[in-house]
Design a protein around this ligand. Structure first.
Ligand code: SF4
Length: 303
């Protein structure tokens, strides 16, 4: 599907460049490399941001599709406060279009055709909920399930309040965000799990992410320089299960920080890949052995 087809006729305000084409009043969303230029009322590729009154605003601000108190290992994070729980919250929308998405219902939901139940909640109320859950082991908030960064403003507002409450902020993200906006969020984060979907741009092209590999590498490196980072790669047979690419990926991650934990997770048929085979366990273990030549911590998951 072409970029123009992904933009729709419907589409918040702090993150909107004032680039204003005098002929058609389009405004630029600067959040991610898609660089959507939206006409009034149009929704961006992510389905979560739209153009209103000459600005691009996050339509999914405070719109929550899922809240759960999860073990931190489920994010997955295995070397950040192990054994703790974290209140995990998701909205809708995503700036990638992965055929194998395990959360496609909320990831593909769009502001202009919203077909998932949402609850409205303010950052203050969500943080109050997080504080109440401390009695059950909660350490803070995890922004997860859909792609949180397409709703960056909500994540920022919650993160500041969580920090004031002396709790932790955890991000689970595809890392597909422009560096200047990720840099704005990083001081508020404590830990992140970032997907590195493959170590070649062809794969990122397949999931609808022009410049994806370089952008995500930049996000991982920036995050690793200031917070605890773990990385996840979903291994899909015939798509990214190549030992030489895993070797290159692990070598690069080790150059960033040899203590980064790499999670190699198992694919199961879902979404637009219901006819594909699950990842053989042997493949996962063989790739983990390749990655362990460079990294101290390699986990095999979702098995
Ligand atoms: S965050 Fe959404 S609207 Fe903004 S550039 Fe990316 S896909 Fe487009």
């Amino acid at each position: 599907m072409g970029k123009d087809e992904l933009l729709s006729e419907h589409t918040d305000e702090r993150f909107s460049d004032s680039e204003d084409d005098s002929t058609d009043k389009r405004v630029l969303c600067p959040i991610c490399p898609h660089a959507c230029r939206l006409k009034p009322g149009q929704t961006g590729i992510c389905g979560a941001r739209h153009a209103v009154d000459g600005r691009v605003v996050p339509a999914n601000y405070g719109k929550v599709t899922a809240v759960a108190l999860d073990p931190i290992e489920k994010k997955p994070l295995v070397h950040f406060l192990p054994g703790s729980m974290v209140l995990s919250v998701g909205s809708y929308g995503c700036n990638l279009n992965c055929p194998f998405c395990q959360n496609n219902t909320i990831a593909r939901a769009r502001f202009d055709h919203l077909d998932v139940p949402v609850e409205s909640i303010s950052p203050q109320d969500l943080v109050e909920m997080a504080c109440e859950q401390q009695a059950h082991g909660n350490i803070g908030l995890a922004y997860t399930y859909n792609e949180p960064l397409v709703g960056l403003e909500f994540v920022l507002d919650c993160s500041r309040l969580i920090r004031e409450a002396d709790m932790k902020n955890i991000l689970v993200s595809n890392g597909y965000i422009n560096a200047e906006h990720f840099t704005e969020l990083l001081p508020w984060l404590d830990a992140a799990n970032i997907d590195l979907k493959a170590f070649n741009q062809d794969f990122y092209d397949w999931v609808g992410a022009p410049k994806g590999l370089e952008t995500v590498k930049q996000s991982i490196a920036a995050a690793a320089a200031s917070i605890h980072v773990e990385v996840t790669t979903l291994i899909i047979p015939g798509r990214n299960d190549f030992p030489d690419q895993l070797d290159d990926m692990a070598r690069w991650l080790a150059s960033v920080d040899p203590d980064i934990t790499l999670h190699l997770t198992r694919f199961f048929p879902t979404h637009r890949m219901r006819d594909a085979n699950p990842t053989p366990l042997q493949t996962l273990h063989e790739l983990a052995a390749v990655a362990r030549q460079h990294l101290r911590y390699v986990e095999v998951g979702n098995i």
